[in-house]
Design a binder for this molecule. Sequence first.
Ligand code: PBG
Length: 334
Amino acid sequence: MAFPIVRHRRLRQSAGMRSLVRETVLNVDDFIQPIFVTYGTGIKREIPSMPGVYHFSLDTLEEELKEIVDLGIKSVLLFGIPETKDAVGSSAFDENGIVQAATRKIKSLYPELLVVADTCLCEFTDHGHCGMVHTFEHEGHLHGDVLNDESLELLARTAVSQARAGADIIAPSNMMDGFVQAIRHGLDEAGYAHIPIMSYSVKYASAFYGPFREAADSAPQFGDRKSYQMDPANVREALREAQSDVEEGADMLMVKPALAFMDVIRLLRQEFDLPLVAYNVSGEYSMVKAAAQQGWINEQAIVTESLLGMKRAGADIIITYFAKDMARWLREGN
Ligand code: PBG
């Protein structure tokens, strides 16, 4: 009697079997929802290039928070649009700054909701750079050099003021050299040794941040961020950036943007054992929204597939403007 040929069986005969053998699943616990907070009252202003994403003043934020919590989302990432900007970004480390005020409000309403504070100066400086700059004129144009070490102290102050306001996690996105160490030291000195740092370790100088810069009004007024953010052509450098963050005391690592950098996510997953975050950035959001509005793609399917890809590549946590939508879709059981 002849034996049948050994063959690989596709385990896709039924929905039950498909879910039994599924390797990657999305869970509402994976997501961090970014929120933009601003001064004033009664404000819920849609960001033109990011349909469905808004600026909230502290009063209107309440309703949004309720929706987020009701959907089962457990963490938010705060970005602030301050009333005034200056050369050093003073409102970033003002105890009554917009991010600090929003953090206190969130923690008073929902103590369990994790507040991740983005620690950077670009939303607060009049020149739009992530640190202090030395400006000079050359051939009639304004130029500037980022002052790395001088910026570190301001960033540490910002982180401490965010922790004092109640932030659960400090997420520095400024990409100055030595920022993790400086912030760790600042937090420890101020009595916040227990507050973890989610480092934007591998942050590329990316065109995908375009809509965010409109949202945060933080486009650089001269030059670009290429002197401190990474070249999209490099991946070995990503390992060095992540390695130094680990040595400096980072508790979580991040790759940003996500979609064009899946290989980097995979590599960091293989090389490091810290929780790994993928940031599904503004431009990635806007492209999907725009195509969906045209009826050219199935938004839910595209978003699900993209976020699954990030997890499959190795991300444990995903920061995404789709967090609310995804939470809703998961709840509906699709
Ligand atoms: C601040 C910061 C940026 C983003 C997060 N934190 C902008 C930038 O570096 O220009 C981008 C997020 C997004 O595009 O969704 N440094």
